[in-house]
Design a protein around this ligand. Sequence first.
Ligand code: CUA
Length: 401
Amino acid sequence: MKGLTSKFKAVGALMILALILSGCGEEFLSALRPQGQGASDILSLMILSIAVMMFVFVVVMVIYVFVILKFRKKKGQEDFIPEQVEGSHTLETLWTVVPIILILILAVPTVQYTFSLVDTSPQVNAEGEEEDQIWVNVTGKQYWWHFEYEGMDVTTSQEIYIPTDRRVYLSLHSEDVIHSFWVPTLQGKIDVNPTGNRNEIWIDADKEGVYWGKCAEFCGPSHSLMDFKVVAVSPGEFEQWVKDMRNIDPEETPESEVATAGQEVFANNCMSCHANGTSPNKIGPNVSNFGDRERIAGVLEYNKENLMEWIETKGEEMKPGNMMTTAAYDLSDEELDQVAEYLMSLSPSEITPENAEDNEYIESDLSDLFIDQEENEDEGSEGESEGDSEGESEEDSDSNQ
Ligand code: CUA
Protein backbone atom coordinates (compact mmCIF):
# COMPACT_ATOMS: atom_id res chain seq x y z
CA MET A 1 0.00 0.00 0.00
CA LYS A 2 2.88 2.30 0.85
CA GLY A 3 4.40 1.73 -2.61
CA LEU A 4 1.08 2.60 -4.18
CA THR A 5 0.84 5.88 -2.25
CA SER A 6 4.34 6.94 -3.33
CA LYS A 7 3.46 6.07 -6.94
CA PHE A 8 0.40 8.30 -6.70
CA LYS A 9 2.58 11.04 -5.25
CA ALA A 10 5.06 10.70 -8.14
CA VAL A 11 2.26 10.86 -10.73
CA GLY A 12 0.78 13.88 -8.93
CA ALA A 13 4.15 15.65 -8.91
CA LEU A 14 4.60 14.92 -12.64
CA MET A 15 1.15 16.35 -13.42
CA ILE A 16 1.87 19.53 -11.48
CA LEU A 17 5.27 19.83 -13.20
CA ALA A 18 3.62 19.39 -16.62
CA LEU A 19 1.13 22.13 -15.73
CA ILE A 20 3.91 24.50 -14.65
CA LEU A 21 6.12 23.72 -17.67
CA SER A 22 3.22 24.24 -20.06
CA GLY A 23 3.37 27.90 -18.99
CA CYS A 24 6.93 28.14 -20.37
CA GLY A 25 5.77 28.35 -23.99
CA GLU A 26 6.56 31.91 -25.08
CA GLU A 27 5.36 33.12 -28.43
CA PHE A 28 8.85 34.32 -29.32
CA LEU A 29 10.46 30.95 -28.63
CA SER A 30 8.03 28.05 -28.37
CA ALA A 31 7.35 25.59 -31.17
CA LEU A 32 4.00 25.00 -29.45
CA ARG A 33 2.91 28.58 -30.13
CA PRO A 34 3.57 28.91 -33.86
CA GLN A 35 3.70 32.38 -35.43
CA GLY A 36 4.30 31.30 -39.01
CA GLN A 37 3.05 28.79 -41.57
CA GLY A 38 5.98 26.40 -41.21
CA ALA A 39 5.71 26.09 -37.44
CA SER A 40 1.89 25.75 -37.68
CA ASP A 41 2.27 22.86 -40.12
CA ILE A 42 4.75 21.18 -37.80
CA LEU A 43 2.48 21.66 -34.79
CA SER A 44 -0.44 20.12 -36.67
CA LEU A 45 1.77 17.08 -37.36
CA MET A 46 2.63 16.86 -33.66
CA ILE A 47 -1.06 17.02 -32.71
CA LEU A 48 -1.94 14.39 -35.31
CA SER A 49 0.75 11.98 -34.10
CA ILE A 50 -0.22 12.51 -30.45
CA ALA A 51 -3.88 11.87 -31.37
CA VAL A 52 -2.96 8.63 -33.17
CA MET A 53 -0.80 7.53 -30.23
CA MET A 54 -3.56 8.38 -27.75
CA PHE A 55 -6.03 6.36 -29.83
CA VAL A 56 -3.72 3.32 -29.77
CA PHE A 57 -3.07 3.79 -26.04
CA VAL A 58 -6.77 4.02 -25.17
CA VAL A 59 -7.76 1.02 -27.31
CA VAL A 60 -4.97 -1.14 -25.86
CA MET A 61 -5.82 -0.06 -22.31
CA VAL A 62 -9.55 -0.75 -22.73
CA ILE A 63 -8.88 -4.25 -24.11
CA TYR A 64 -6.27 -4.87 -21.40
CA VAL A 65 -8.56 -3.91 -18.52
CA PHE A 66 -11.49 -5.77 -20.09
CA VAL A 67 -9.46 -8.98 -20.46
CA ILE A 68 -8.04 -8.76 -16.93
CA LEU A 69 -11.49 -8.35 -15.43
CA LYS A 70 -13.40 -10.79 -17.57
CA PHE A 71 -10.95 -13.65 -17.74
CA ARG A 72 -9.40 -13.55 -14.29
CA LYS A 73 -9.38 -16.78 -12.28
CA LYS A 74 -12.56 -16.96 -10.23
CA LYS A 75 -13.31 -18.82 -7.00
CA GLY A 76 -13.88 -22.51 -7.55
CA GLN A 77 -12.06 -22.44 -10.89
CA GLU A 78 -8.64 -23.44 -9.52
CA ASP A 79 -8.30 -26.39 -11.89
CA PHE A 80 -10.21 -24.87 -14.77
CA ILE A 81 -8.37 -24.80 -18.09
CA PRO A 82 -10.00 -22.38 -20.56
CA GLU A 83 -10.66 -23.35 -24.14
CA GLN A 84 -7.34 -23.21 -26.06
CA VAL A 85 -7.55 -21.06 -29.16
CA GLU A 86 -4.87 -21.06 -31.83
CA GLY A 87 -4.89 -18.57 -34.67
CA SER A 88 -7.74 -16.27 -35.54
CA HIS A 89 -8.01 -15.08 -39.08
CA THR A 90 -10.18 -12.14 -38.13
CA LEU A 91 -7.91 -10.94 -35.32
CA GLU A 92 -4.73 -11.30 -37.36
CA THR A 93 -6.23 -9.35 -40.24
CA LEU A 94 -7.43 -6.70 -37.82
CA TRP A 95 -4.11 -6.14 -36.09
CA THR A 96 -2.29 -6.03 -39.40
CA VAL A 97 -4.67 -3.73 -41.22
CA VAL A 98 -5.34 -1.24 -38.39
CA PRO A 99 -1.64 -0.36 -37.83
CA ILE A 100 -1.13 0.00 -41.58
CA ILE A 101 -4.02 2.46 -41.71
CA LEU A 102 -2.63 4.35 -38.71
CA ILE A 103 0.83 4.54 -40.27
CA LEU A 104 -0.67 5.81 -43.51
CA ILE A 105 -2.60 8.49 -41.59
CA LEU A 106 0.75 9.61 -40.11
CA ALA A 107 2.90 9.11 -43.19
CA VAL A 108 0.90 10.92 -45.84
CA PRO A 109 0.91 14.40 -44.22
CA THR A 110 4.44 13.87 -42.82
CA VAL A 111 5.92 13.17 -46.25
CA GLN A 112 3.86 15.99 -47.74
CA TYR A 113 5.15 18.52 -45.16
CA THR A 114 8.71 17.18 -45.37
CA PHE A 115 8.74 18.44 -48.94
CA SER A 116 6.52 21.53 -48.64
CA LEU A 117 8.44 22.95 -45.65
CA VAL A 118 11.60 23.21 -47.75
CA ASP A 119 9.95 23.88 -51.10
CA THR A 120 11.65 27.09 -52.17
CA SER A 121 9.97 27.50 -55.54
CA PRO A 122 8.18 30.86 -55.95
CA GLN A 123 4.69 31.25 -54.55
CA VAL A 124 1.86 31.94 -56.94
CA ASN A 125 -0.39 34.90 -56.13
CA ALA A 126 -4.15 35.26 -56.66
CA GLU A 127 -3.64 36.36 -60.28
CA GLY A 128 -1.69 33.20 -61.00
CA GLU A 129 1.66 35.00 -61.29
CA GLU A 130 4.82 33.91 -59.57
CA GLU A 131 5.83 36.23 -56.73
CA ASP A 132 9.27 37.80 -56.63
CA GLN A 133 11.39 36.03 -54.07
CA ILE A 134 13.44 37.55 -51.26
CA TRP A 135 16.53 35.38 -50.94
CA VAL A 136 18.95 35.69 -48.04
CA ASN A 137 22.30 33.93 -47.99
CA VAL A 138 22.87 32.74 -44.45
CA THR A 139 26.31 31.84 -43.14
CA GLY A 140 26.74 30.06 -39.82
CA LYS A 141 30.02 30.57 -37.98
CA GLN A 142 31.22 29.70 -34.49
CA TYR A 143 29.06 31.25 -32.79
CA TRP A 144 27.15 33.80 -34.81
CA TRP A 145 25.10 34.23 -37.98
CA HIS A 146 25.63 36.34 -41.09
CA PHE A 147 22.90 37.44 -43.50
CA GLU A 148 23.26 38.76 -47.06
CA TYR A 149 20.10 39.85 -48.86
CA GLU A 150 20.58 38.70 -52.40
CA GLY A 151 20.52 41.46 -55.00
CA MET A 152 19.54 44.06 -52.40
CA ASP A 153 22.98 45.23 -51.30
CA VAL A 154 22.10 44.64 -47.67
CA THR A 155 24.36 42.82 -45.26
CA THR A 156 23.82 42.23 -41.58
CA SER A 157 24.64 39.82 -38.78
CA GLN A 158 22.86 38.31 -35.80
CA GLU A 159 19.46 39.91 -36.50
CA ILE A 160 17.62 39.13 -39.71
CA TYR A 161 14.75 41.43 -40.72
CA ILE A 162 11.84 39.97 -42.65
CA PRO A 163 8.50 41.38 -43.85
CA THR A 164 5.34 39.82 -42.41
CA ASP A 165 2.90 37.91 -44.62
CA ARG A 166 5.55 36.91 -47.11
CA ARG A 167 7.97 34.06 -47.45
CA VAL A 168 11.66 34.82 -47.15
CA TYR A 169 13.89 32.20 -48.72
CA LEU A 170 17.14 31.20 -47.08
CA SER A 171 20.16 29.58 -48.66
CA LEU A 172 22.39 28.35 -45.86
CA HIS A 173 25.94 27.18 -45.47
CA SER A 174 28.61 27.10 -42.77
CA GLU A 175 32.21 28.25 -42.84
CA ASP A 176 33.45 25.94 -40.10
CA VAL A 177 31.46 23.09 -38.51
CA ILE A 178 27.87 21.88 -38.86
CA HIS A 179 25.31 24.21 -37.29
CA SER A 180 21.54 24.08 -37.43
CA PHE A 181 19.30 27.07 -38.10
CA TRP A 182 16.15 27.01 -35.99
CA VAL A 183 13.50 29.59 -35.24
CA PRO A 184 11.08 27.45 -33.18
CA THR A 185 8.06 29.74 -33.57
CA LEU A 186 8.46 30.08 -37.35
CA GLN A 187 9.85 26.90 -38.91
CA GLY A 188 11.60 23.58 -38.42
CA LYS A 189 15.33 23.09 -38.11
CA ILE A 190 17.66 22.91 -41.07
CA ASP A 191 21.27 21.77 -41.06
CA VAL A 192 23.89 24.32 -42.04
CA ASN A 193 26.72 22.37 -43.63
CA PRO A 194 30.35 23.32 -44.19
CA THR A 195 30.72 21.07 -47.23
CA GLY A 196 29.86 22.64 -50.56
CA ASN A 197 26.12 22.04 -50.45
CA ARG A 198 23.71 24.78 -49.45
CA ASN A 199 20.46 23.83 -47.79
CA GLU A 200 17.39 25.89 -48.52
CA ILE A 201 14.31 26.68 -46.51
CA TRP A 202 11.72 29.45 -46.25
CA ILE A 203 10.47 31.30 -43.20
CA ASP A 204 7.47 33.54 -42.74
CA ALA A 205 5.78 35.32 -39.86
CA ASP A 206 2.06 35.99 -39.56
CA LYS A 207 2.51 39.03 -37.38
CA GLU A 208 5.18 41.50 -36.39
CA GLY A 209 7.50 40.60 -33.57
CA VAL A 210 10.99 39.58 -32.56
CA TYR A 211 11.39 35.81 -32.72
CA TRP A 212 14.31 34.02 -31.14
CA GLY A 213 16.51 31.74 -33.17
CA LYS A 214 18.84 29.06 -31.86
CA CYS A 215 21.62 26.91 -33.21
CA ALA A 216 20.25 23.39 -32.88
CA GLU A 217 23.36 21.31 -33.61
CA PHE A 218 26.16 20.94 -31.09
CA CYS A 219 29.01 22.97 -32.56
CA GLY A 220 31.47 23.72 -29.76
CA PRO A 221 31.72 25.17 -26.25
CA SER A 222 29.42 28.12 -27.00
CA HIS A 223 26.82 26.20 -29.01
CA SER A 224 24.07 27.09 -26.54
CA LEU A 225 24.97 30.78 -26.91
CA MET A 226 24.71 30.83 -30.72
CA ASP A 227 21.46 32.76 -30.67
CA PHE A 228 20.04 35.13 -33.25
CA LYS A 229 16.82 37.07 -33.74
CA VAL A 230 14.27 37.31 -36.51
CA VAL A 231 12.77 40.79 -36.59
CA ALA A 232 9.46 40.66 -38.46
CA VAL A 233 8.16 44.09 -39.45
CA SER A 234 5.28 45.06 -41.72
CA PRO A 235 6.09 45.07 -45.47
CA GLY A 236 6.23 48.89 -45.68
CA GLU A 237 8.65 49.03 -42.76
CA PHE A 238 10.77 46.28 -44.29
CA GLU A 239 11.02 48.22 -47.54
CA GLN A 240 12.16 51.28 -45.62
CA TRP A 241 14.70 49.22 -43.68
CA VAL A 242 16.22 47.78 -46.88
CA LYS A 243 16.52 51.25 -48.41
CA ASP A 244 18.18 52.64 -45.27
CA MET A 245 20.54 49.69 -44.95
CA ARG A 246 21.78 49.91 -48.51
CA ASN A 247 22.50 53.62 -48.15
CA ILE A 248 24.91 53.24 -45.25
CA ASP A 249 28.01 55.37 -45.53
CA PRO A 250 30.62 53.74 -43.28
CA GLU A 251 32.72 56.91 -43.42
CA GLU A 252 29.95 59.12 -42.08
CA THR A 253 31.04 60.96 -38.94
CA PRO A 254 28.98 60.11 -35.85
CA GLU A 255 27.28 62.89 -33.90
CA SER A 256 29.22 62.65 -30.65
CA GLU A 257 32.94 63.35 -30.32
CA VAL A 258 33.54 60.20 -28.30
CA ALA A 259 31.91 58.10 -31.02
CA THR A 260 33.97 59.88 -33.68
CA ALA A 261 37.14 58.99 -31.81
CA GLY A 262 35.76 55.45 -31.50
CA GLN A 263 35.25 55.30 -35.25
CA GLU A 264 38.99 55.79 -35.72
CA VAL A 265 39.93 53.25 -33.07
CA PHE A 266 37.55 50.80 -34.74
CA ALA A 267 39.06 51.48 -38.18
CA ASN A 268 42.57 50.85 -36.87
CA ASN A 269 41.87 47.76 -34.77
CA CYS A 270 38.68 46.02 -35.87
CA MET A 271 38.09 46.59 -39.59
CA SER A 272 40.22 43.66 -40.70
CA CYS A 273 37.50 41.34 -39.36
CA HIS A 274 34.33 43.44 -38.99
CA ALA A 275 32.60 45.52 -41.62
CA ASN A 276 30.10 48.34 -41.55
CA GLY A 277 27.76 48.63 -44.54
CA THR A 278 27.62 46.29 -47.50
CA SER A 279 31.28 45.25 -47.42
CA PRO A 280 31.70 41.52 -48.12
CA ASN A 281 34.06 41.15 -45.16
CA LYS A 282 32.56 38.60 -42.79
CA ILE A 283 35.41 37.27 -40.71
CA GLY A 284 33.51 38.75 -37.77
CA PRO A 285 29.91 39.95 -37.51
CA ASN A 286 28.86 42.93 -39.62
CA VAL A 287 28.19 45.93 -37.37
CA SER A 288 26.01 48.03 -39.76
CA ASN A 289 23.08 48.37 -37.37
CA PHE A 290 24.82 47.45 -34.14
CA GLY A 291 23.04 50.32 -32.38
CA ASP A 292 19.67 48.66 -33.05
CA ARG A 293 20.59 45.20 -31.82
CA GLU A 294 18.45 43.49 -29.21
CA ARG A 295 21.41 41.69 -27.68
CA ILE A 296 25.19 41.85 -27.61
CA ALA A 297 26.80 38.77 -29.19
CA GLY A 298 23.30 37.31 -29.54
CA VAL A 299 22.84 36.58 -25.85
CA LEU A 300 24.04 39.36 -23.54
CA GLU A 301 21.83 42.17 -22.34
CA TYR A 302 22.35 45.21 -24.54
CA ASN A 303 24.20 47.85 -22.54
CA LYS A 304 27.49 49.70 -22.72
CA GLU A 305 28.96 47.92 -19.71
CA ASN A 306 28.52 44.49 -21.31
CA LEU A 307 29.79 45.76 -24.65
CA MET A 308 32.96 47.22 -23.13
CA GLU A 309 33.57 44.05 -21.17
CA TRP A 310 33.07 42.01 -24.31
CA ILE A 311 35.57 44.09 -26.30
CA GLU A 312 38.09 44.11 -23.46
CA THR A 313 37.94 40.37 -22.74
CA LYS A 314 37.21 39.43 -26.38
CA GLY A 315 34.28 37.45 -25.05
CA GLU A 316 36.61 34.86 -23.60
CA GLU A 317 34.24 33.97 -20.77
CA MET A 318 31.06 35.43 -22.17
CA LYS A 319 31.24 33.14 -25.21
CA PRO A 320 34.05 30.61 -24.72
CA GLY A 321 35.87 29.46 -27.84
CA ASN A 322 34.76 32.38 -30.01
CA MET A 323 37.17 33.42 -32.76
CA MET A 324 37.62 36.96 -31.46
CA THR A 325 39.79 35.64 -28.62
CA THR A 326 42.62 35.36 -31.16
CA ALA A 327 42.40 39.04 -32.16
CA ALA A 328 45.63 40.92 -31.44
CA TYR A 329 44.32 44.36 -30.39
CA ASP A 330 44.96 45.89 -27.00
CA LEU A 331 42.84 48.94 -26.14
CA SER A 332 43.07 51.44 -23.29
CA ASP A 333 40.03 52.07 -21.09
CA GLU A 334 39.39 55.31 -22.94
CA GLU A 335 39.53 53.57 -26.32
CA LEU A 336 37.18 50.83 -25.09
CA ASP A 337 34.68 53.50 -24.11
CA GLN A 338 35.07 55.24 -27.48
CA VAL A 339 34.61 52.07 -29.54
CA ALA A 340 31.57 51.07 -27.50
CA GLU A 341 30.09 54.53 -27.97
CA TYR A 342 30.74 54.32 -31.73
CA LEU A 343 29.18 50.87 -32.10
CA MET A 344 26.11 51.88 -30.15
CA SER A 345 25.69 54.95 -32.38
CA LEU A 346 25.34 52.79 -35.50
CA SER A 347 21.65 53.03 -36.25
CA PRO A 348 21.17 53.60 -39.97
CA SER A 349 17.42 53.03 -39.99
CA GLU A 350 14.37 54.24 -38.12
CA ILE A 351 13.16 50.68 -38.42
CA THR A 352 14.36 48.74 -35.39
CA PRO A 353 13.04 45.84 -33.28
CA GLU A 354 10.75 48.40 -31.62
CA ASN A 355 8.83 48.71 -34.89
CA ALA A 356 8.29 44.97 -34.75
CA GLU A 357 6.59 45.36 -31.40
CA ASP A 358 4.49 48.49 -32.00
CA ASN A 359 1.90 46.71 -34.19
CA GLU A 360 1.89 49.54 -36.68
CA TYR A 361 1.23 48.00 -40.06
CA ILE A 362 2.52 49.73 -43.17
CA GLU A 363 1.38 48.21 -46.44
CA SER A 364 3.70 47.54 -49.39
CA ASP A 365 3.88 44.97 -52.16
CA LEU A 366 7.69 45.35 -52.02
CA SER A 367 7.80 45.68 -55.82
CA ASP A 368 10.19 48.67 -55.47
CA LEU A 369 12.83 46.43 -53.99
CA PHE A 370 12.69 44.04 -56.91
CA ILE A 371 12.90 46.74 -59.56
CA ASP A 372 16.22 47.80 -58.02
CA GLN A 373 17.27 44.20 -57.75
CA GLU A 374 16.60 43.52 -61.40
CA GLU A 375 18.53 46.63 -62.44
CA ASN A 376 21.43 45.64 -60.21
CA GLU A 377 21.69 42.13 -61.45
CA ASP A 378 20.75 43.01 -64.99
CA GLU A 379 18.70 39.85 -65.16
CA GLY A 380 15.05 39.17 -64.50
CA SER A 381 14.21 36.90 -61.63
CA GLU A 382 10.82 36.02 -63.00
CA GLY A 383 10.10 32.46 -63.91
CA GLU A 384 13.37 31.43 -62.41
CA SER A 385 13.57 27.77 -61.57
CA GLU A 386 14.76 26.42 -58.27
CA GLY A 387 17.98 25.22 -59.85
CA ASP A 388 18.73 28.66 -61.24
CA SER A 389 18.39 30.43 -57.94
CA GLU A 390 20.58 27.83 -56.30
CA GLY A 391 23.36 28.42 -58.78
CA GLU A 392 22.93 32.14 -58.47
CA SER A 393 23.25 32.18 -54.71
CA GLU A 394 26.40 30.11 -54.97
CA GLU A 395 27.93 32.49 -57.49
CA ASP A 396 27.01 35.45 -55.40
CA SER A 397 28.51 34.13 -52.22
CA ASP A 398 31.68 33.04 -54.02
CA SER A 399 32.24 36.49 -55.41
CA ASN A 400 31.75 37.87 -51.93
CA GLN A 401 34.40 35.81 -50.28
CU1 CUA B 1 26.24 26.42 -34.00
CU2 CUA B 1 25.47 24.98 -32.33
